[in-house]
Design a protein around this ligand. Structure first.
Ligand code: URA
Length: 432
């Protein structure tokens, strides 16, 4: 088999066979096919698209290019959750202990943030001493004993995707639906789940900018999941403004602790309940979504979810005193109110710019080796659809630098204030 033939075939719109896809992924992962040929094939895929058979074969070839986690010694149906990325998205921090508290085993591998989007692992690390690394044995033992564990993604999970993603990043081939779908699903399959719930975000702060594209991506991933024998569902959630009120690692942890105390922001809780009830049904714990939602709500109100969170933190050596006293997270030197210059109704809070502003404060990384400042970020005091008057605080900036003028400039560009009422839509669709 020759790579040049595969490139020409895809360039001309033909369908690649399983053997050809295995050859391309196997050869690239082994360092036998050069970047320039893989780049050409990626660009051909970008323009010619792929059939479901091709995407499934690509997904499986990448999933099996490295370690595949075996979770079979954990009792019950293991349901994984994945978000395609967002700003201020503390969903997993609430969802993992919440669904675990009603009996769904949660063996979660999460990533770190890059650019304007945050990562769950960084958020957990805002709890002093919290360990995100664990042997496979300890990971499985933790889920069997307390029902939940959250760890960083191992380097050997879907290594072909890692190589391909780095190449896509520099060849203008990131925003291709078959390539995104296979990239995400390969990691989910390698992480060992029996069932998968996907949160496909849409809007300024997300990969997918239009609802049509988000639907296509979600439908593609759901079909791939089913073809590879993983029950898969997806929701399409809005990410044109940030989710919840906090952006920044420690601040989002405080928001999650509030949520586990039944004081969470409405939008965050709606995403948590929508995803959580799908997970509970897929795990076979409830028969219907309504029943699952009630079960989750009860566990939140009676404190079981918060207790489960404390068990999780304790099991991973985190300082539990922070959960009882969340004010301990609030250590930024400066709290600066960002004031409205107008009176009206908030029409837009551009999520990716707010994510960038938080990154400029030190809450995120520009390159993967940057160090994060857990204390800094933004807390929204107003959201889209709310009224403001001149001089009201739209948000609080938590900073360890006194001069935030460049950040304020970016924030002023990211906010639109209008005269008309706006009713933001949060969940656009559920794809099954
Ligand atoms: N997230 C992934 O893991 N891969 C993509 O291609 C895009 C988002």
């Amino acid at each position: 088999m020759r790579m040049i033939d595969l490139i020409q075939k895809k360039r001309d719109g033909a369908v690649l066979t399983k053997e050809e896809i295995d050859f391309f992924i196997g050869g690239y992962a082994a360092g036998e096919i050069p970047d320039y040929q893989v780049s050409a094939l990626l660009m051909a895929i970008y323009f010619q698209d792929m059939t479901d058979d091709e995407i499934t074969n690509l997904t499986m070839a990448m999933a099996y290019s490295g370690d595949v986690v075996d979770l079979s010694s954990i009792e019950g149906i293991k349901v994984d959750k994945h978000s395609t990325g967002g700003v201020g998205d503390a969903t997993t921090l609430v969802l993992a202990p919440l669904v675990a508290s009603v009996g769904v085993p949660v063996a979660k591998m999460s990533g770190r943030g890059l650019g304007h989007t945050g990562g769950t692992i960084d958020k957990f690390e805002s709890i002093p001493n919290f360990q995100v690394e664990m042997s496979d044995e300890k990971f499985i033992q933790s889920v069997n004993e307390i029902g939940v564990a959250v760890i960083g993604q191992s380097g050997e999970l879907a290594p072909a995707d890692k190589l391909l993603y780095a190449l896509r990043d520099v060849t203008g081939t990131v925003d291709s639906i078959p390539l995104i779908a296979s990239s995400i699903m390969s990691k989910k399959i390698a992480a060992g789940a029996d069932a998968i719930v996907l949160d496909v975000t849409v809007g300024d702060g997300a990969f997918m900018k239009s609802i049509d594209d988000a639907k296509r991506l979600a439908e593609t991933m759901v079909r791939i999941g089913k073809r590879s024998n993983r029950h898969t569902k997806a929701i399409i959630s809005d990410m044109s403004e940030p989710l919840g009120n906090a952006i920044g690692n420690g601040l989002e942890m405080v928001e999650a602790i509030d949520a586990l105390n039944n004081r969470g922001p409405e939008d965050l809780m709606e995403v948590v309940y929508t995803l959580g009830s799908q997970m509970v049904v897929l795990a076979g714990v409830s028969a219907t979504l309504e029943e699952a939602r009630t079960l989750l709500h009860e566990a939140l109100v009676d404190g079981r979810a918060l207790e489960k969170f404390k068990e999780l933190v304790e099991n991973q050596h985190g300082d539990i005193s922070y959960i009882d006293s969340p004010e301990k997270f609030m250590t930024a030197k400066y709290e600066i109110e960002f004031l409205s210059k107008e009176t009206g109704i908030i029409a837009e809070l551009v999520a990716d710019n707010l994510g960038k502003a938080a990154m400029m404060l030190g809450a995120g990384r520009k390159t993967k080796d940057d160090k994060i400042d857990f204390a800094v970020g933004l807390k929204l005091n107003k959201k889209v659809g709310e009224s403001v008057s001149t001089g009201d605080s739209i948000m609080t900036i938590y900073s360890n630098q006194s001069d935030v003028s460049d950040i304020e400039d970016l924030l002023y560009q990211s906010i639109q204030i209008g005269k008309d009422g706006v009713e933001p839509i949060l969940i656009h669709a559920v794809i099954e």
